[in-house]
Design a protein around this ligand. Structure first.
Ligand SMILES: CCCCCCCC/C=C\CCCCCCCC(=O)N[C@@H](COP(=O)(O)O)[C@H](O)/C=C/CCCCCCCCCCCCC
Length: 214
């Protein structure tokens, strides 16, 4: 775990999410994906029991990266331009998944919902007692957010994986920031950026009635 953990840096994740919001309050896709990639690296340090989660996150990241590497890459520069482009060109399955099963809007929504969980989880870690259990913080925040969109079998598998999480202090020390106290301070620095990205995206998706894409 120690060698793999060395490749993760909470600072890099913070910098990525800090770079997401433009002066016009648009959410830039590239740093958003870079933030998620950093988080997936961290998840991979925690053991193979989390592989099914990181694989799904990587699949979603790659779908959007493919749009960013396509001829239409400029349309996918920000979440705002992606929504505008895909809606204007009928590229989103609004009722049920059919002709455009992996639209940018649908795929981004999955990461956006996961960002809500992340926001609550990091806040729980930040404010938790020294001896609190990461597994409890994780399952409580998961049940209050992402679990609402997952079938029983995924919820069950996630619940089993959470039991393998280390204690809060070991978890904080794995973040490569220094002591647990220093990691808590950096979480306090990172959270406002993550919250802002979440809030802007949530408003955009609500405005276009995209929050329930199946
Ligand atoms: C700052 C460092 C500390 C925090 C470290 C957190 C690391 C988290 C890294 C990645 C989180 C995973 C993001 C998962 C995205 C899930 C997207 C999703 O909801 N997918 C489902 C729906 O997709 P479609 O079928 O509609 O295409 C899919 O069914 C999900 C499958 C996999 C299971 C997802 C379980 C998510 C649990 C999230 C908690 C992660 C626990 C991390 C422990 C620290």
């Amino acid at each position: 775990m120690a060698a793999a953990a060395a490749t993760f840096s909470l600072r890099e994740v913070l910098v990525a999410f800090a770079a997401c919001v433009s002066e016009q309050r648009a959410v830039r896709v590239d740093p958003y994906l870079a933030g998620w990639k950093g988080l997936v690296r961290f998840l991979n340090c925690l053991g193979t029991i989390f592989s099914f989660i990181s694989k799904d996150a990587v699949t979603k990241i790659e779908i959007i990266e493919n749009y960013r590497n396509s001829d239409q890459r400029e349309k996918y520069l920000t979440v705002q331009s992606m929504v505008e482009y895909e809606l204007a060109n009928g590229l989103v399955d609004l009722q049920k998944r059919s002709k455009h099963p992996d639209s940018g809007c649908r795929t981004f929504l999955r990461l956006h919902r996961a960002l809500h969980w992340l926001q609550m989880f990091l806040e729980g870690l930040r404010t938790g007692e020294d001896n609190s259990k990461t597994s409890v913080i994780c399952s409580e925040t998961y049940n209050a957010s992402l679990a609402n969109y997952h079938p029983w079998i995924i919820r069950k598998a996630a619940g089993v994986a959470f039991c393998a999480l280390p204690t809060r202090n070991t978890f904080l020390e794995t973040m490569n920031v220094g002591t647990a106290e220093e990691a808590v301070a950096m979480l306090g620095e990172a959270l406002p950026y993550i919250c802002e990205v979440y809030k802007i995206t949530e408003e955009l998706y609500a405005q276009h009635k995209l929050l329930d894409l199946t």
